[in-house]
Ligand binder design. Structure first.
Ligand code: MN
Length: 173
């Protein structure tokens, strides 16, 4: 009997290996710069779970938007930025988990000089739009290279890097 394929083995149990869907480029009307996403799961009713891996090239970001039932982001690579309307720009790094509550306007993306990859987790509402999209995050809002409070972001990065070096055994600090 020939060896079974990995898919055949999995199908014979309680789990299933799903076919890989092609990577999709984020449309220009919703994103600035180059963004690519992979659908990990899009639940069929009654499940309405949505999980995407989203890869932002340097400088790329979403437009302003809100999620009907909120969204959780888990950063897995690179360095990114997130901002809620009226709030400061926050640096996000691998391991960070960011939650945006339902209806909160926000954007997320890469820093100007780094890639950023996150897993995005949200749910579709029983009725109505999952996501409401607004205007693009323009260069003044994104703030590169001359954002007035960019020093805030730089300070966060410095603290983050400092915290990393502090963790090295034998560090003098
Ligand atoms: Mn979002």
């Amino acid at each position: 009997m020939p060896p079974r394929t990995r898919r055949a083995c999995l199908l014979s149990t309680v789990v299933e290996l799903l076919p890989k869907q092609p990577t999709t480029k984020g449309p220009a009307e919703l994103f600035t710069g180059d963004v690519y996403f992979d659908v990990i799961i899009r639940g069929g009713e009654p499940s309405r779970v949505r999980v995407n891996t989203v890869r932002f090239c340097p400088g790329a970001r979403t437009a302003w938007h809100t999620h009907a039932l909120g969204q959780t982001l888990h950063v897995t690579d690179g360095v990114g930025l997130v901002q809620a309307r009226g709030g400061e720009v926050i640096v996000i790094r691998p391991g960070d988990v960011v939650y945006t509550p339902p209806g909160e306007w926000h954007w997320h993306g890469a820093t100007p000089d780094q890639f950023m990859i996150h897993t995005a987790i949200w749910e579709g509402p029983a009725a109505g739009a999952e996501t409401e999209w607004g205007e693009h995050v323009n260069d003044a809002e994104y703030g590169y290279p001359s954002r007035s409070d960019w020093s805030c972001v730089a300070a966060q990065l410095a603290r983050s890097l400092s915290a990393s070096s502090d963790a090295v055994p034998g560090s003098a600090v």
